[in-house]
Each structure stands twice: as structure tokens, then as C-alpha cells.
Design a protein around this ligand. Structure first.
Ligand code: 2PG
Ligand code: MG
Length: 404
């Protein structure tokens, strides 16, 4: 049983060019492991605080002052003990003293170090009960960006190619094909406008919500025909972001919660959406439950901001039959142990889980291992940009290890 001999935290940059933290651990078996923590833009009100007051410099200072001493000497195999130590040294319910991103980086680096020592890939180290080998997630590839991830785009945050072929090489290829063809269509439609890409690598164009959806739907249909692979339209509304004074305020319309229920249900019926995330603000279990009653038989209804990966919130969601899937993001809760508790509960209750990136990502690949280890129905990771491609490429490596 080897122990952590060195623990360091450094400032690095995320894909938005904002500072975040990376943890680096060394063990007395000579292993060195590092992990960086990503950051969200459309954060849930229920997730832990990414950095203490004062940001990354304050996170580094509190690490030096109090966290390192708790970590050095601990067994690298005892994930639960290290995560408990992080909670103890923090002492708040939301990691606001040491920062949820510090906890995430240390927690994930611990698991990576332990996997190295056991000479197994990270996904095997974290494989959940009931799973025997790798089962690959669908790719939930964000092709068009809106909301908080794009300037000048639709209000709906993400227009997703939900690519469900069982072989990761096929699912990645189909999702990328949607992204490429969508780009070509946008260039043809706006020949004189400079198009951009948003925080998650999806296109940004001056489109209304329904217009954007129509483009996505048509492109998915084209790619299904061309490649003979299953790829379907999906959306993450991140509806909290445009919920004001009890109403959903789009550029084109303002809807009451009842109106929103009718609108999103009509989008599902009309466009055959197969994946819908956060159609209501992040406290509204009742309307999302009504939505799931209406479409849950044919649609993956995902709670992200609604649950914030919190076991207590997912429990409430299960009791109220709110969704049939939960999004999983380690830095919404801060440690792998908390994440695993939520994943195991979700799995035991027969809900699907979807492992997810954040909009401000680091170029690490560990998320791909988590998606496989958790038996995730989907891996939400974006399609373009080195920090997104790093996860896709890692999934390919897991799917076809060198020499196989
Ligand atoms: C989401 C995420 C990732 P953010 O809402 O699902 O796509 O966005 O990281 O900004 O919270
Ligand atoms: Mg979301």
C-alpha cells in the first residue's frame, strides 16, 4: 500500500483562457499523477463553489496552508479517506473554503495514481458494480452553441448530435459528420457573415431557436442516410439561464412554465428529439416530471442543473419521477467519492447516467475513463477543440488498445 509523498497544486488555464487548478501527486512507489479541474459557465445554483473568495490565488494559498498536510502520507488506494480529508479540511457544505476545483483535481489525481500503481487503466480502477467490461457511451456532441456558451446565438444552449452506435469509432465519426455538414450549411446560408465557434466548439450563428433545431434535425437525417449510423437530434436548454421572474424569456417568445411544457413537448413530437436536458429551471421538479411522463418513453430526459450530481437532489428526483437520466460532473460535487455515490444510486434506481465535460475544459482525458467506468449512456464532451478531442481520442484508445 503506497502513500502520497508529495502533493502540489498549480494554476493552469482552461479552454476559455480562465485560470483553474491542476493537482500533481507523487507516491513512494515512484508514481506521479496529475489532474486538472474544468469550470462551468451555466452553473447550477446547487453545485459546490469552484474557487474560494479570491479565486485561484486563494485556492493555491489555502492548499499550501492546510490541504497539502492532510494529503501527504495518505494511502493512494484509499480514495474515500482522501476525499473525506478534503471535506474535513474544508469544513463547509459547498467546498467554499478550499474550492471545489481543488477537491476535484486532488480527488481525480488520486484515482489516476492508484490506477497507475495497480497497472490498470483508470476506467478499470473505477468500474462500477455490475459492470464487467467496457461498454461505450453514446456521443452527445455539441454542434451548435447558444445561451451562455456563445455570443449572438440562440437562447437554447446546446444543439446536440446524439450518436448511439455501440462502437466508439462509429459514434464519434457520425457526430463529427453532423458537425462538419452543419458548418457547410451555415457557410452556404450566411456567405458574407463571419461565423464563429462557441465555448464547446459548436458553431455560433445568428439563428433563432427553432431555425437552429431545424438545421440540426435535417443534418442528422442526412448523416443517418449517408453513413447508415444512428445519430439523432438533442438539446440542452439550460433553461435556468433564461428564466426570469417565473417566465422563460426567449428572444422570440416569453412562456409560463405551462407554456414551456407545451413548447418543449411540441419540439420533441415535431423533431423527434431523443435527448433533452434541463428543459426547466433548476428547482422545478414538477414540470420536468410532467415532461418525463409525456415523452420519457422515447426520450432521454436529463437532469443537469436540476441535480448538480448531488445524491440528495437525485434522490428527490427519483422520488418525484422527475427524469430518466442524470448528468454527472465531478466538479459539481467536488470529489470522486461523492460522484460514485450518486452514480451508484442512479444505476441502482434504473436511471441512465451521462458523463459530462464543462464548458471551460482542460485538455485532460480522464472524463472518457469515467464514462466507461460508470456505464454511462452518454459522454457529453463536445466535438472540436483540443480539450474536447482529447476525450474522444481517449475513448478510441480504450476501445482499441494498442496491440489489439
Ligand atoms: C452543461 C455544461 C456542459 P457548463 O450545461 O451541460 O455542457 O455547461 O459547463 O457551462 O455548466
Ligand atoms: Mg447542461
Amino acid at each position: 500500500m503506497s502513500r502520497i509523498t508529495e502533493a502540489h497544486l498549480r494554476a493552469i488555464y482552461d479552454s476559455r483562457g480562465n485560470p483553474t487548478v491542476e493537482a500533481r501527486l507523487a507516491t513512494d512507489a515512484g508514481v506521479v499523477a496529475a489532474a486538472g479541474a474544468p469550470s462551468g459557465a451555466s452553473t447550477s445554483t446547487h453545485e459546490v463553489v469552484a474557487f474560494p473568495t479570491g479565486g485561484v490565488p486563494a485556492a493555491l494559498a489555502v492548499f499550501e496552508r492546510s490541504v497539502r498536510a492532510k494529503i501527504v502520507g495518505a494511502s493512494v488506494d484509499d480514495q474515500a479517506a482522501i476525499d473525506r480529508a478534503l471535506h474535513e479540511v474544508d469544513g463547509t457544505p459547498d467546498f467554499s473554503r478550499i474550492g471545489g476545483n481543488t477537491a476535484t483535481a486532488v480527488s481525480v489525481a488520486t484515482a489516476i495514481a492508484s490506477a497507475f500503481e495497480r497497472k490498470v487503466p483508470l476506467w478499470k480502477r473505477l468500474l462500477r458494480p455490475g459492470l464487467v467490461g467496457p461498454r461505450f457511451p453514446a456521443i452527445c456532441g455539441n454542434c451548435l452553441n447558444g445561451g451562455k456558451h456563445a455570443w449572438g446565438g440562440p437562447d437554447i444552449q446546446e444543439f446536440i448530435a446524439y450518436s448511439t452506435a455501440p462502437d466508439p469509432a462509429d459514434s464519434i465519426r457520425a457526430a463529427l459528420e453532423v458537425h462538419h455538414r452543419l458548418g457547410a450549411k451555415l457557410h452556404a446560408r450566411f456567405p458574407t457573415i463571419a461565423l464563429g465557434r462557441g465555448d464547446e466548439g459548436g458553431w455560433v450563428a445568428p439563428l433563432g431557436n427553432v431555425e437552429a433545431l431545424e438545421l440540426l434535425v435535417a443534418t442528422c437525417a442526412e448523416v443517418r442516410d449517408a453513413l447508415h449510423l444512428p445519430v439523432h437530434p438533442g438539446i440542452d436548454l439550460a433553461a435556468t439561464e433564461f428564466f426570469r421572474d417565473g417566465q422563460y424569456v426567449y428572444k422570440e417568445q416569453t412562456l409560463s412554465p405551462e407554456g414551456q411544457l407545451g413548447f418543449v413537448t411540441s419540439l420533441v413530437d415535431r423533431y423527434e428529439l431523443k435527448f433533452v436536458e434541463d428543459p426547466f429551471e433548476d428547482n422545478d421538479y414538477d414540470h420536468v416530471a410532467a415532461f418525463t411522463r409525456a415523452v420519457g418513453g422515447k426520450v432521454t430526459v436529463v437532469g443537469d442543473d436540476l441535480y448538480a450530481t448531488s445524491l440528495a437532489r437525485v434522490r428527490e428526483g427519483v422520488e418525484r419521477r422527475a427524469t430518466n437520466a442524470a448528468l454527472i460532473k465531478v466538479n459539481q460535487v467536488g470529489t470522486l467519492t461523492d460522484t460514485l455515490a450518486t452514480v451508484d444510486y442512479v444505476r441502482a434506481q434504473g436511471l441512465a447516467n451521462v458523463s459530462s465535460h464543462r464548458s471551460g475544459e482542460v485538455p485532460d482525458a480522464w472524463l472518457a475513463h469515467l464514462a466507461v467506468a460508470f456505464g454511462s449512456l452518454g459522454l457529453k464532451c463536445g466535438l472540436l477543440g483540443g480539450e474536447r478531442v482529447a476525450k474522444l481520442n481517449e475513448l478510441l484508445r480504450i476501445g482499441a488498445p494498442a496491440g489489439s
